[in-house]
Ligand binder design. Structure first.
Ligand code: SAM
Ligand code: SF4
Length: 456
C-alpha cells in the first residue's frame, strides 16, 4: 500500500476534513502514516485564521521540500498537497513561494482528490473552486474498523461557511456562504458512526447554530430539531455542537439544553469582547448586555451549564477602557474555559483597513492579563467538581496502568482509578482531586450511587 501523511492545523472542521480526505485516499490504496518521512503523499490541511497559522504552513513546507528531495535522491517519488483555508485564500501563490508543492486544493473541492492527484502526476495543479455540487454527496464512508480506531467521540460537519462577516474574520471568504447539510445525510452519517461504537457526537459548523437543513418532511429544520432527531439514534448518548454565534441562540435551542438528556451541559459561545464600542466595530451585531441576558436565559434553562468563549484582544481602536469591559465580562460570567487571541490583521477583511492598529506590546500585556483571569475561572470551575459524582464517558486507557481516561459532561478530561468497564461505557465517577488539566476520581461501584448530582 502507498502511504499518506496528513497533518491538520486549526479548527475541528479541519480535523473532520482531514479524516474525510484520509477516507477518500484509503479507497485509492493509501494507508495513513504518522510521520512525513517515507510517505508517498504528504498533505497539509491548513488554517488561515491568523497570520501565525499561515506562517507555520510555509515553514512546514520548507521542511517537507527537504524530505521530498531526500526521498527523491533515494528513488522515492513524493507528492506534496496543500489543502484547507490557506489553499483557498492563497491558491497559486503557494506554489510560487514553495515550488515543491504539487497540488493546492480548497476545502470545497477535496472530494475531487483522486482526479486532481492523477493530474498532479503530470503537472502542478490548483483547484480552489467553490463548486455548486455538494462535496458531501461524493465522500466515501469510512470502514467500521476505521471509525472504531478514531474513538468513541466523533465530529460530524452539519454546516459550513458563514454569512456573518465579522470585521476581523477570513472565514466568509475562505469557506464561502452558509450551507447546511440535509437532515437525512447527517443522520445516515451519525447512524454509521453509532453502529461502529461512537457514543458522543459533536455537530460542527463555522456557525453551527445557524443550521437550516432540509428535513425529510421538506421543511427547514433548525439545530434543535436536528439534535432531537440525532438523540433518537440508538447508541448516541451525548450530543454537543460548536461553534455558535450569540445571535443564533434561539428559544428552541435553549429549550433543548433543558429537555434533551443527550444535550451536554457545555456551550462554546464566543463573545470576542466586552465593550459595546468594540463589538459594534467588529460587526458582531450584539452588545455586552445582550450577551449577558442570553447567558441568563441559558443558565435558567440549564443551571449547571459550562460556558466557554473566544476573545480577541487588541482589535483596532481598542482602548484600556474597552479592554477593562472585557475583563469585567469575563469576571461576571465565570467561563469554565476560553480561548483568547491577539488580533491578527487579515488581508481582505474590513478591519485590516482600519488605522488605529494596537501596538504589539499593548496586545501582549492585555492577552497576559486576560489569560490570567480566564485561567482563574477555569480552575475555580474545576475545583468545584471535587466531591461531586458525574457521568464519565470512557474514551481510552489512562496514563498509568489500571487507569482509564474519559470526559465529563462538561468536556473535562477525567482520569479514573478502578473498575473493569469498557471503552464507550458511561460510568459514575466521584471526583476526588484536580490537576492543571485533568480531574481525578474513583469509579462508583454498582449500587453505590448516592450523591449523584444532576450532571447526568
Ligand atoms: N464562528 C465562530 C464565531 O463566531 O466566533 C468562530 C470562528 S473562528 C474559526 C475562531 C476564533 O478565531 C474566533 O472566534 C475569533 O476569536 C478568532 N479569530 C478570528 N479571526 C481572528 C483574527 N483576525 N485575529 C485574531 N483572532 C481571530
Ligand atoms: Fe468568523 Fe465566526 Fe464571525 Fe463568521 S461568525 S465571520 S466565522 S468569527
Amino acid at each position: 500500500m502507498k502511504k499518506v501523511h496528513i497533518k491538520s492545523f486549526g479548527c475541528q472542521m479541519n480535523v473532520y476534513d482531514g479524516q474525510r480526505m484520509a477516507d477518500i485516499l484509503s479507497h485509492q490504496g493509501y494507508e495513513e502514516t504518522a510521520t512525513p518521512e517515507g510517505a508517498d503523499l504528504i498533505l497539509l490541511n491548513t488554517c488561515h485564521i491568523r497570520d501565525r497559522a499561515v506562517q507555520k504552513v510555509y515553514s512546514e513546507l520548507g521542511k517537507l521540500r527537504d524530505i521530498k528531495n531526500a526521498q527523491k535522491a533515494e528513488g522515492q517519488e513524493t507528492k506534496i498537497v496543500v489543502a484547507g483555508c490557506v489553499a483557498q485564500a492563497e491558491g497559486a501563490e503557494i506554489q510560487h513561494r514553495q515550488p515543491a508543492v504539487d497540488l493546492v486544493v480548497g476545502p470545497q473541492a477535496y472530494h475531487r482528490l483522486p482526479e486532481l492527484l492523477a493530474e498532479a502526476a503530470r503537472k502542478r495543479v490548483v483547484d480552489t473552486d467553490l463548486p455548486i455540487e455538494d462535496k458531501f454527496g461524493f465522500l466515501p464512508a469510512p470502514k467500521p474498523q476505521v471509525i472504531r480506531a478514531r474513538g468513541v467521540s466523533a465530529f460530524v460537519t452539519v454546516q459550513e461557511g458563514c454569512d456573518k462577516f465579522c470585521a476581523f474574520c477570513v472565514v466568509p471568504y475562505t469557506r464561502g456562504a452558509e450551507f447546511s447539510r440535509p437532515v437525512a445525510q447527517v443522520l445516515a452519517e451519525v447512524e454509521r458512526l453509532a453502529e461502529a461504537g461512537v457514543r458522543d457526537v459533536t455537530l460542527i459548523g463555522q456557525n453551527v447554530n445557524a443550521y437550516h437543513g432540509e428535513g425529510p418532511d421538506g421543511a427547514v429544520w433548525g439545530l434543535a430539531r436536528l439534535m432531537r432527531r440525532v438523540a433518537e439514534v440508538p447508541g448516541i448518548a451525548r450530543i454537543r455542537y460548536t461553534t455558535s454565534h450569540p445571535r443564533d441562540m434561539d428559544d428552541d435551542l435553549i429549550a433543548a439544553h433543558r429537555d434533551l438528556p443527550q444535550a451536554m451541559p457545555f456551550l462554546h459561545l464566543p463573545v470576542q469582547a466586552g465593550s459595546d464600542r468594540m463589538l459594534a466595530a467588529m460587526n458582531r451585531k450584539h452588545t455586552g448586555d445582550e450577551y449577558r441576558r442570553l447567558i441568563e436565559r441559558i443558565r435558567s434553562a440549564r443551571p449547571d451549564i459550562a460556558l466557554s468563549s473566544d476573545f480577541i484582544v487588541g482589535f483596532p481602536g481598542e482602548t484600556d477602557a474597552d479592554f477593562e469591559d472585557t475583563i469585567r465580562l469575563v469576571d461576571e460570567i465565570g467561563f469554565a474555559s476560553s480561548y483568547s487571541f491577539k488580533y491578527s490583521q487579515r488581508p481582505g477583511t474590513p478591519a485590516a483597513e482600519l488605522d488605529a492598529q494596537v501596538p504589539r506590546e499593548v496586545m501582549d500585556e492585555r492577552l497576559y492579563r486576560l489569560q490570567e483571569r480566564i485561567e482563574h475561572h477555569r480552575q475555580a470551575f474545576n475545583a468545584a467538581m471535587v466531591g461531586r459524582t458525574v457521568d464519565v464517558l470512557l474514551e481510552r486507557a489512562g496514563r498509568h496502568p489500571g487507569q482509564l481516561a474519559g470526559k465529563s459532561p462538561y468536556l473535562q478530561a477525567v482520569q479514573i482509578e478502578g473498575g473493569t468497564n469498557q471503552i464507550g461505557d458511561i460510568v459514575q465517577v466521584t471526583i476526588d482531586r484536580i490537576s492543571t488539566n485533568s480531574l481525578f476520581g474513583q469509579m462508583v461501584e454498582a449500587g453505590q450511587t448516592a450523591g449523584k448530582d444532576m450532571a447526568a
